[in-house]
Design a protein around this ligand. Sequence first.
Ligand code: NAD
Ligand code: MG
Length: 401
Amino acid sequence: MINVAILGATGSIGSSTLDVISRQAQRFRAFALTANKNVDRLYQQCQQFLPEIAVMVDVTSANELQQRLKESASTRHIQVLSGVKALDEVAEHEQVDYVMAAIVGAAGLNSSLAAAQAGKRILLANKESLVMSGDLFLQTVRENGATLLPIDSEHNAIFQSMPAKLADAAAKNAQADILQSSGVEKILLTASGGPFLHKTLEQLHHVTPDQACAHPTWEMGRKISVDSATMMNKGLEVIEASWLFNATADDIQVVIHPQSIIHSMVSYSDGSVLAQLGNPDMRTPIAHAMAWPERMESGVAPLDIFQAAHLDFEAPDFSRFVCLKLAYDALRAGGTAPAILNAANEIAVDFFLREKISFTRISSVVEHTLNQLEHQKAETLEIIIAADAQARQLAVNFCEQ
Ligand code: NAD
Ligand code: MG
């Protein structure tokens, strides 16, 4: 039996992971479930999956969960923990084999790192942690014999489109020049383009949070949905891919593909392009990473290639999707620049979701923060966390002006 800790169990990725586990109950067990403060959802999940440990970061929510679990004989044994440190505790728990890192935002950084330190198989959905601390993260994976498998659908597709030996090296972060030695010319990172693909700048100015969260092909949490609409999500993914596959900004080409059937491609020096296709459902990359290097059933319907029929591609427009350009800039700048970009974006998205700033303001906040802050070498966690905090403060001030 493989014990899985799901960090961010109540979210979109967390729920999809539990759905996959429910179909593979003879092989996988939900050993620990964590959430921020959604008591109802975590309680329901505890009833269904009977984990050993349940974590609620919020103390009041943890107390309420504990009360409710005590009411029934089947759930009474579940240990309830609270506070941020408890996330690290389950990530490094000796009985845990796999850690699904599916907390949203910088809040997922410490627990993802704790899983790497403990040498776990990390199923990484929380791209923000890699964006913030790429170098340090990969070093931690390498030094502790951890395995890092991408859950982000594009990165999972790239991983699947690489030769098995090189994918293996990428998972262990063992090989320095994965791309060059395998004849890879370019990574073609696909993007749906989000709900506003063909809107003018003037129209973009007036879009609402609910419109931004109504993604045409994927169902996701609100933060990543807004990121998809601004294309900051793709920008974060360019940075994520650069770390996972040891690629430069020039090695990664973003390709708009509105149908989200091809999840990314790898172009080789002999003219071959390998792609991974499937219905847009996160249970595919989740099941892939859980079963790797084998395959298992995920619950995803087979792709009806005749119904898909048309696959369109176009180049991204950096003048309307400024966030994508800013992410490329931050990747090229290196050091703490990606952490600053990520922090400013989290603040700007939060202000936008609370209808305090307009949609087009999000990129202004990120650009302003990047310009104001001197970036440094991201050598230690302390430096990264300090840059994150400074960027948040600046971005809040800018939003409030
Ligand atoms: P979500 O908002 O649906 O869920 C977030 C989860 O994190 C919840 O369980 C919540 O309780 C927990 N959480 C939130 N704030 C927290 C905090 N401060 N401390 C501890 N836990 C906290 O988000 P999601 O859409 O599932 O995305 C999760 C991560 O996966 C993000 O990094 C996102 O970029 C990435 N991702 C998501 C998708 C997708 O299809 N949803 C695809 C690719 C990557
Ligand atoms: Mg993605």
